[in-house]
Ligand binder design. Sequence first.
Ligand code: NAP
Length: 342
Amino acid sequence: MTKTVLLTGASGYIAKHVVLRLLEDGFHVRGTVRNLARGEEVTKAVQPHLSDDADLANRLTYVALDLTSDDGWDDAMVGVDVVMHTASPFPLAQPKNEDDLIRPAVDGALRALRAAHKAGISRVILTSSTAAISGSALPAGDTAFDETNWTDPNDPDATAYVRSKTLAEQAAWDFVRDEAPAMQLTVINPGFVLGAPLDANYGTSISVIERLLKGKDPMLPAIGFATVDVQDVADMHVTVITQPQSHGQRIMTVDRFMTFAEIAQAIKTAYPNRKVVTRVAPNAVIKFLGLFDPAIKSIVPSLGRIDKIDNARAMATLGRGMRQAHKAAVSSAAYLIENKSL
Ligand code: NAP
């Protein structure tokens, strides 16, 4: 029988790819959006990529839900088999008040899990982040970050976003342990997600590539990210639905760590005639600028850091190697050049 997946935050960059994969795999999708008008946008983004768009209005429907309000959650769960919770604020700049990120992330995750539990839905997949794994230094004796590592939410260097993702994931595991031990929770922890978006309403990670393509920054900070292709992140969300071995697991979904300069170089190699800055700023310059700009200050603790990442569980789950991160960077740039005339 056809299964229905309730997907929160369907208007998100990653979620639109997940919608596509779910529909291609024969699931029905009930997407949650804050504003129902965004539902039409999601359908328009996904439809051209479907191998068969017959009966789409029945296979892909929407309900309005907000992470910060109880309204509608119980009704949204009626007839649902699987809950996939991707919604969480992911802004480019950190807010003045960190609770603007932390409260919707934590309370939203708990609303999704509570409503699922109340409705008797046991299969839940939650989108966390490597921010909840590698936001603090690698413990002495460990050789690479893996799913056993946790960011310390009290780490003074953790940004509001890093804290929001760590606390939301912890709240989810605590809820399962204390209130819903039979719940089959799988947590997906993607790294920095790149790859062509399905439409021009893309999120923060693609905005970073947009900024690189605009070539306005004279130099790049010496920072980097464990990077992953958005299609692998979507594949992971859908693959685990039918994998009982993933119950109770976190899955760090990354290809490899790329420095910002490597990402820029990959794009420059693909588009040699474009002015893409690849020069790296001395750390002292970034630290100095950080004295005046809180956004720059927040990256100072990451300067020079190159994380070793163990993605064995992700590859075992997908049963294959990961798509190459540098190609995801180039396809993000290709989308922006072709569709946004950058
Ligand atoms: P995105 O495009 O900004 O999507 C975020 C989604 O969350 C949007 O659908 C947004 O709805 C929704 N949302 C935010 N605040 C909400 C609220 N108060 N109530 C209801 N919905 C709310 O970001 P994304 O990159 O696709 O990220 C999706 C998920 O992946 C997030 O959990 C993020 O933390 C995680 N993640 C992303 C990356 C990355 O590099 N992109 C890496 C690791 C993890 P609106 O459209 O209404 O704003």
